[in-house]
Design a binder for this molecule. Sequence first.
Ligand code: ZN
Length: 102
Amino acid sequence: MAILRKRQIEMLAQMNGEELEKFFASLPATKEQLESLFEFVEDELYEEECDHTSRFAMQFLMKNNLPFPKIIAWLNANGGYCDCKIMENIEKEWRKAFPEPE
Ligand SMILES: [Zn+2]
């Protein structure tokens, strides 16, 4: 039987301080950059439906001169295969660990 390996993002809410530190050190962008990315993609998806590419994420990364191949690879590895999946698989897990401030 295959062992189901959890995605790193699914463990985020359970990580302790040291694990979180390692997690952020391994990320291709800062926490703030990723949160701005989630906000941008979320806003765009209000206006237009996902076409199941990462076009909005790409737009944001290009506009902000972020290392998009690395970030897209990280998003893909965590289930963010397109803009709506970034919201569904990554942003949702992220918010369990880092709730949005009121
Ligand atoms: Zn999609």
